[in-house]
Ligand binder design. Structure first.
Ligand SMILES: *Cc1c(COP(=O)(O)O)cnc(C)c1O
Length: 431
């Protein structure tokens, strides 16, 4: 299948090129030229299928023309070595728990799938030494590093700002070893990002090395996120509760919700979506006014959604022919301040015993406030609350148990390379 750029100024490319390049040369994002509707028989039987079987059917619709069946199946099955259970919270509201992967956040699905698909293409191109560069302010680094851990032919460099990521986040990419190098930069996240961007533009580096990025806009990171929307629906269908399903997605760059919109295009019976934001309410404002005004992000306690110019907004526009009216038939919005988020986490914990993380809290509350009679709501619980330990513990006034997987990271030995923010230093290190 071909992939086109949302800016429509660059030629269409193969899946391989879209995955290896990431961004289109006209700076647009790649989109699949076709979104196949899956047959009714699939939906009739979905409640009896495993997560991996469902995901493979979805993956085949996008990638089946470009990747042999055995390989694709292996990639899907390897990626999904953990479950995404739907858990009842109260009334007709369910949590789709996306935090059972290695780094306890939903980005594991895209990170693991992309690592495996890129590994496959690199092998096919006969390359043996590809360097993946990623700058992180916290969570992306861990999902990417863990996704690529042990993938042959690829070495990952994670650049992060010294002293500016939480201890829990840091240990998730500094203790891995093998083909992962953590680089602790004496600077800010923006400095890290600038180093990566400069590296991609440097002639000498590009001549001598095979460099690629593991950006969240890559089609191999974003499309696989559709898998768990199907799996969530299947779990409710099995219980006879899948009528009028509303998905509510805590959103930052809008990659996660866009994958859900694509699932709907493939025929998944979803009634509508709600995009839940924190104080960075650019999309909410767009829905109200029709005007999209990106602005610098403000810091919140749901920090993975602190985005002032959501990169996947162009994909949403593309899916709905740039029509606000069409967008509004499928998506509504909501946003919550830090004070509200704290209140939601606390009240929900007290009244239901369910502990939300600050991101999932936005999703839960939007359903609670806006679900109509006869609808069933599923919010995406995008990370485990223990990843935001201090915040969550201070809200509920209790200790939060740290999952074993997270404890294992915390016991590992930190290994990182310290560096200033000069590009020459970074370049020497790569060479
Ligand atoms: C990345 C992230 C989000 C936002 O997802 P987008 O795809 O960028 O909209 C929400 N919650 C958590 C915990 C995240 O890590």
């Amino acid at each position: 299948m071909k992939y086109y750029s949302t800016n429509k100024q660059a030629p269409e490319v193969s899946l391989q090129e879209a995955v290896v390049k990431g961004l289109a040369p006209d700076k647009g994002l790649y989109m699949p030229e076709q979104i196949k509707v899956l047959p009714q028989s699939f939906y009739d039987n979905i409640g009896n299928m495993s997560f991996q079987e469902i995901a493979y059917t979805v993956a085949d619709a996008f990638f089946g023309e470009d990747v042999e069946a055995d390989t694709l199946k292996q990639i899907v099955y390897d990626t999904l070595n953990f479950d995404t259970p739907v858990v009842h919270v109260n009334d007709n509201i369910y949590s789709l728990e996306l935090f059972h992967g290695p780094t306890l956040a939903f980005k594991d699905v895209g990170g693991r799938f992309m690592a495996r698909l890129l590994g496959y293409f690199i092998k096919k191109q006969g390359q043996t030494d590809v360097k993946v560069l990623v700058a992180t302010s916290g969570d992306t680094g861990s999902a990417v590093a863990n996704g690529f851990l042990g993938v042959e032919g690829i070495h990952v460099y994670v650049l992060y700002p010294k002293g500016k990521v939480s201890a829990i986040q840091e240990c998730q990419f500094t203790t891995l070893g093998q083909n992962i190098t953590a680089i602790e930069v004496d600077g800010t996240f923006d400095d890290c990002q600038a180093l990566v961007k400069t590296a991609f533009l440097d002639d000498e580096l590009n001549k001598k090395l095979n460099l690629t990025s593991a950006n969240s806009i890559n089609v191999a990171r974003f499309l696989p996120q559709a898998f768990y929307y199907f799996h969530a629906y299947a779990q409710l269908a099995k219980q006879g509760k899948a009528n009028n399903v509303v998905f509510c997605v805590p959103s930052g760059n809008f990659g996660n919700i866009t994958a859900g919109l694509i699932a709907k295009r493939m025929g998944l019976p979803v009634k509508r979506f709600i995009a839940a934001n924190n104080s960075n309410d650019i999309f909410y404002e767009y829905l109200q006014t029709g005007e999209y005004n990106p602005r610098p992000s403000v810091q919140t306690i749901a920090n993975a959604m602190d985005v002032g110019d959501p990169s996947n907004f162009v994909r949403v526009l593309d899916l709905y022919d740039k029509s606000l009216d069409k967008i509004k038939t499928d998506i509504s919005g909501a946003w919550y301040s830090d004070d509200m988020i704290r209140k939601i986490v606390k009240e929900t914990y007290v009244s239901t015993g369910y502990l939300l993380d600050p991101h999932g809290a936005c999703g839960y509350q939007a359903l609670k406030a806006r679900l109509q009679p006869g609808e069933t709501g599923i919010f995406l619980e995008t990370a485990h609350p223990a990843k935001f330990l201090e915040t969550v513990e201070s809200i509920i006034g209790e200790k939060v148990a740290i999952p074993e997987k997270l404890q294992a990271f915390m016991k590992g030995e930190k290994k990182s390379v310290s560096m200033g923010k000069s590009f020459n230093e970074f370049k020497r290190l790569l060479l």
